[in-house]
Each structure stands twice: as C-alpha cells, then as structure tokens.
Design a protein around this ligand. Structure first.
Ligand code: NAP
Length: 264
C-alpha cells in the first residue's frame, strides 16, 4: 500500500534506537524526510547512517540527526531553529524510573511531567497550527500500555502519560480535525528494546535470577508469546501518519501482543 506521504517532513523524537528509531525507519522507507532527535550523538549518528545506507529508503529521502534533549526548552529551540513546518511529529522520550510513590518528591514528579506530558504538549503547540494552515498534519505520541492498564511501580509514568492522554483527547477533537491534522497515541506493550532490557536487569537483580530468566518469564505472559519488534511498531506509526488515516482521530492504539486483558 502506498501510504501517500512520500516527500513529507517528519520530526521523530527519541529516535536513535528503540521504538522511536522504528518509527523513523518506517517513515524514511516511505520517502518521508526525517529529522531524528536524541541526546547521545554517537548512537544518533549511527542511526542516521544506518537509514542513509538502508536499501529500502528511496533515493532522495533526506535523513538528518540533531543531538538534543527534547525535554528542555533549549533542545526544542534547537530543533525548531532548523525548521518548524513539519508535516509529521512523533513525540517520544525516555520513560520515568519505576519506584514507590512514597520516595518521589516534587522534583521527581516535575521531571516526569516535563518529559512525558509537557514536552509532547510543547511540540504540538509549536507545530499543529502550521499543519492546519497547510491542510495536513500527523501527531503520534508514543505513550505506554500502562495508560490503559497501569503498573503499580510505574506511578510517575502512569500519572504523566495519563495527563498527556487526556489533553491530547481534547486537542484532537478541536478544529484541528477539520483541517486534516490528526493526533493519536501509540501505546506499546513489551517491545524488546534497550529500555525493556534495563527494566529486566533491575528485576533480575532484585530476584536473584538471570536477565534471560526474567526476560523469558515475562515473554511467557504475553499471549503472542514474544516481544514486539520495532519494525512492527514503526509500521503502525507510519500508517497513522498516512493519508489513509485522516479519519483516525484522538485514538489510543495499543500494540501489545494481547497483554491488555480487557474487551475494549
Ligand atoms: P529506548 O530503547 O531506551 O530508546 C529511547 C530513545 O529515546 C533513545 O534514542 C534515547 O536516546 C532517546 N531519548 C531518551 N530521552 C531523551 C530525551 N530527553 N531527549 C531526546 N531523546 C531522548 O526506549 P524504548 O523502549 O524505545 O521506549 C520509548 C518510550 O516508550 C519510552 O518512553 C518508554 O517508557 C515507552 N515504553 C516502552 C516500552 C517497551 O517495551 N520498550 C513499553 C511501554 C512504554 P538518548 O538516551 O541518547 O537520548
């Protein structure tokens, strides 16, 4: 299927690896010019090079990287100094640490809200009106399956991402929808990325088991009996960004191999 977005421009945040990279890769393979943002310059340069050398990325597709912390005003200013007229924006940053809410002070909460709620809102604020004026826009916020099924130790994530989800639900249904600007959230379940492995390493240390044992036990709880791949996450993101998805507005799309146990 031709997604109809060849030649569009995309900002993909948190894109040097993991789910963000999966989105950047899928968009670039559709001929979308992509700007990848992450803090670590080395991994980012490797990600950009791998897309430039990707035989599935059409010739003429521009792939660029910008090393910046997207959760800071300075980081976002550096991005928008390059350009502001993105057709597609994928918001993403690292998730907050797990823990017990009794240990979190105001600073811990402000940091989580900054990264996982206020940053996506700032990115939307900077881009959606231009998208509406041009008659095409796609925002995809990478959130978490924990928005639908909260995980007790991820209270910072549950709180911040649910705040973003509520805000995006309202904004998506504003006049933007009539201008072909869609705002949707992608909710990953367990995907095999560095972040997942780091979380499992923490769990392994606590339980005295090996990381592989913990990874295996978790995998067996997934109805699909496997972890998701960044390619399938990216493909869903690219579809939401496509011209075919104009009527998908304000949705929370769960990709979790069946982990969420509810009917809807
Ligand atoms: P990952 O493999 O650790 O990749 C995170 C990417 O984001 C890296 O490129 C990282 O590069 C970049 N990044 C982190 N903080 C950033 C910042 N402040 N500014 C710019 N770039 C930043 O993580 P992932 O598994 O893809 O997860 C992505 C998001 O999905 C996270 O919020 C995570 O909590 C959520 N999620 C993941 C899963 C899963 O199973 N993987 C499940 C549910 C939710 P630098 O560190 O160099 O900046």
């Amino acid at each position: 299927m031709d997604l109809g977005i060849s030649g569009k421009t995309a900002l993909v945040c948190g894109a040097s690896k993991g789910l963000g990279f999966g989105c950047a890769q899928a968009l670039a393979r559709e001929g979308v010019h992509v700007l990848l943002v992450a803090r670590g310059a080395e991994a980012l340069a490797a990600a950009v090079e791998s897309l430039k050398g990707d035989a599935k990325v059409p010739a003429g597709t521009q792939v660029e990287g910008l090393a910046a912390d997207i959760t800071t005003e300075a980081g976002r200013a550096a991005v928008f100094a390059k350009r502001k007229d993105f057709d597609i924006v994928v918001t993403n940053a690292g998730g907050p640490p797990p823990g017990d809410f009794r240990d979190w002070d105001r600073d811990a909460w402000v940091k989580a809200l900054d990264a996982n709620m206020l940053t996506p809102i700032a990115l939307m604020k900077a881009t959606v009106d231009g998208m509406a004026a041009r008659g095409f826009g796609r925002i995809v916020n990478i959130t978490s399956g924990a928005v639908k099924a909260p995980i007790d130790i991820l209270g910072l994530s549950n709180g911040a991402r649910t705040g973003l989800t509520g805000f995006a639900a309202g904004l998506a249904r504003s006049k933007l929808a009539a201008s072909n600007v869609t705002i949707n959230n992608l909710l990953p379940g367990p995907f095999e990325t560095d972040r997942l492995r780091a979380t499992m390493e923490g769990a392994a240390k606590k339980s005295g088991k090996s990381v592989d044992e913990v990874m295996d036990a978790r995998r067996k709880t997934v109805p699909a009996q496997r972890y998701g791949t960044i390619e399938e996450f990216g493909a869903t993101c690219a579809f939401l960004c496509s011209t075919h998805a104009s009527y998908i507005v304000g949705q929370n799309v769960l990709i979790d191999g069946g982990v969420y146990p509810g009917t809807m």
